[in-house]
Design a protein around this ligand. Structure first.
Ligand SMILES: [Zn+2]
Length: 198
């Protein structure tokens, strides 16, 4: 076996210590890998072993595959078929099916980024279906923003939410006001909705 030499002091007093690190990928979950660290008993210098990069890269690539499969499964479960997504996005037929099913095929970094964005905002598919028409995109965004607000409302039953749109004189007002239902002191709850959104 090749002698391990401390790259700081040049001594052979180096021992290899293994420890686990956690890796994660959005929508792919996490996993742990063992990495090696070279520790010099003489000078105390610690350095990563060269083999770590490969170990980490391999595991991240496995997590990226898992992430892609989970993202596509979730979108399918929401009713978006792979064929309809390919059509909306202008992807060659079977691109998504191959990303999902072919173990040997690693989706490109841009492919993964695209599908994560769609998983996060699935209504982007409806925008794509409308050929990214500006007016349609705005309407779809606002409809979905309204849906999210309704969800926030149901997640926070302790708040009473009032929405209104009104025109008076030179003003056009559109507002969403959330106030705590039982307020101990008389405090205005005006910015509460925006607090949940943070
Ligand atoms: Zn040393």
């Amino acid at each position: 076996m090749e002698k391990v030499i401390c790259s700081y002091c040049g001594n052979e007093t180096v021992s290899i210590e293994e420890h686990e690190i956690e890796l994660s990928e959005p929508y792919g979950g996490s996993s742990t890998v063992k990495i090696k660290e070279k520790v010099c008993a003489q000078c105390g210098f610690e350095e990563d072993d060269d083999s770590n990069d490969l170990v980490i890269e391999k595991e991240l690539s496995a997590l990226k595959r898992i992430s892609m499969v989970k993202v596509l499964d979730a979108l399918n479960a929401m009713g978006h078929t792979t064929a309809s997504m390919e059509r909306a996005l202008g992807l060659p037929a079977r691109t998504l099916a191959r990303w999902k099913n072919e173990q040997s095929m690693s989706p490109s970094a841009s492919g993964i980024a695209l599908m994560r964005i769609i998983r996060t905002y699935p209504w982007i598919l409806a925008v794509a279906d409308m050929q990214f028409d500006h007016e349609a995109a705005r309407n779809i965004l606002l409809q979905n923003a309204a849906k999210e607000l309704v969800k926030i409302r149901s997640e926070h039953p302790e708040y009473e939410v009032i929405t209104s749109a009104q025109k008076s004189g030179n003003h056009f007002e559109l507002f969403i006001k959330g106030s705590r239902k039982f307020i101990p002191e008389a405090v205005s709850g005006e910015n509460n909705v925006f607090e949940f959104l943070r």
